[in-house]
Design a protein around this ligand. Structure first.
Ligand code: ATP
Ligand code: MG
Length: 428
């Protein structure tokens, strides 16, 4: 082999920066979280919706907002072979509302309630808890403007998070007003920023005219300090928004959902109205938001449907997993490992394993001619709860000894599925 050929042979492929493989046993934690979430969603009447990962770019630009960080800097946008501009979804709500309008789901009784789970893509600077492909579990409820629904969906979110085993979370809440109160607030904010504009980054200077509210979301340290003392939207709410917010807090108290008001909570997406919230955990450091959401009463209208209020949230999987990893039980091993000595034994083991699997047991067999000692060691290493040794004598007599690896107890059994199942189930 030439040197080049050897090098090529050894070439290592890696995931792209900001992407990751999710392997066992971690995947068990993911599945567990998904199962717990599905269970809670069912009791609140939320049904699963599966949406495409790729959509027309316009969908995200129109909804998330042209001057948002997501649209300006973070989207995976490219031309497909037909020359259309398409984008890997950076979040779920825009695609959901597209589907809601496309399939006239507003014709069904309100509220229409859906949940989704899946990957999102944002071209961000990868760092701890911040990936370029990350997974969200999200929910959307459509067609009810009343804050009872806001309180209910927020309560559902807390049920999911506590069901997963998350503790010590902060629930931050605010109202960011509606299209009626926003103009006044925007004027007040612009007045405040006007003579400080030089100390803001060039992005913010551009946003000043286009969308000054986005300046509140800028992560540049100078911009953060320069906007200290800026007026807060919660002080500019119209009567309707104020009533809605007071109602929400009242219902959250009734549902015993602890929350704090964070007036300067800003969301990175333009479509939010009224209710906005974020769930944070101090143990995550600077990427501390584990879930976030809010109302988007204008979005269906924007997408060409009849004006329909909506509210939703999304949980970030990669941010909750590190918080619970230690408390989730480690992966389980097989119920039975079959050690085999000799050709007859293998034939018997193959057939027996099939019968036991049909009875819902997890069964592994040995595949090579290794010594009994090394087969036993393997059974141990893969965490088998029971081990059985089949050799020529066992096949002939149709009897073998099954060992409980936890207690060390050895039991004789006929080589017959029903009797083995009984012994294995009694042991585990
Ligand atoms: P952040 O302020 O952390 O950037 P965001 O406001 O951009 O979050 P949302 O669009 O509200 O996030 O998404 C909801 C949740 O999805 C976040 O609270 C977070 O848990 C998760 N999330 C968002 N971006 C990422 C990412 N790049 N990597 C991992 N999780 C993410
Ligand atoms: Mg972000």
């Amino acid at each position: 082999m030439t040197r080049n050929a050897r090098l090529k042979h050894r070439m290592k492929y890696k995931t792209l920066k900001g992407f990751q493989d999710i392997l066992p046993p971690d995947i068990l934690i993911w599945q567990n979280i998904e199962t717990i979430s599905r269970d809670v969603f069912r009791t609140y009447g939320y049904q699963e919706i599966r949406l495409p990962i790729l959509e027309s770019t316009d969908i995200f630009v129109r909804s998330i907002g042209e001057t948002s960080d997501i649209v300006e800097k973070e989207m995976y946008t490219f031309q497909d072979k037909g020359g259309r501009s398409v984008t890997l979804r950076p979040e779920g709500t825009a695609s959901f509302v597209r589907a809601y309008v496309e399939h006239h789901l507003y014709n069904h009784p309100a509220p229409q309630k859906y949940y989704y789970m899946g990957p999102m893509f944002r071209y961000e600077r990868p760092q701890a808890y911040r990936y370029r492909q990350f997974y969200q579990i999200g929910a959307e409820a459509m067609g009810v403007e009343d804050p009872k629904l806001d309180a209910e969906i927020i309560s559902m979110l807390t049920k999911i998070l506590s069901g997963i085993g998350l503790k010590e979370l902060n629930f931050e809440l605010t109202s960011i007003g509606c299209k009626n109160c926003r103009p006044d607030y925007r004027d007040a904010l612009k007045n405040f920023l006007r003579d400080k504009l030089n100390s803001f980054c060039s992005d913010c200077q551009r946003r000043y005219d286009l969308n000054p509210l986005r300046i509140l979301d800028c992560k540049v340290p100078d911009c953060i300090s320069s906007r200290q003392g800026a007026p807060q939207v919660i002080d500019y709410l119209c009567a309707d928004c104020k009533k809605h917010f007071d109602g929400l807090r009242h219902y959250l108290d009734i549902l015993k959902v602890p929350h704090s008001i964070t007036p300067n909570l800003v969301r990175g997406l333009d479509y939010y109205t009224k209710t906005a919230f974020e769930v944070t955990s101090e143990s995550l450091g600077s990427q501390k938001a584990v879930a976030a959401g809010g109302r988007y009463d204008g979005l269906v209208d924007e997408f060409g449907g009849p004006p329909t209020p909506g509210i939703g949230f999304a949980i970030g999987m990669e941010r909750i997993i590190p918080l619970i990893k230690d408390s989730m039980k480690p992966s389980e091993g097989p119920d039975l490992f079959i050690c085999c000595m000799g050709q007859y034994a293998y034939e018997e083991a193959l057939a027996l394993a099939e019968q036991l699997r049909a009875r819902r047991l997890w069964v592994e067999i040995n595949y090579d001619d290794s010594s009994l000692k090394s087969q036993m060691r393997k059974g141990n290493r893969i965490g088998a709860k029971h081990v059985i040794v089949i050799g020529e004598d066992e096949v002939r007599n149709e009897v073998a000894v099954i060992k409980d690896m936890i207690t060390g107890t050895e039991t004789q059994s006929r080589l017959e599925a029903q009797e083995l199942v009984k012994i294995i189930k009694a042991g585990s």
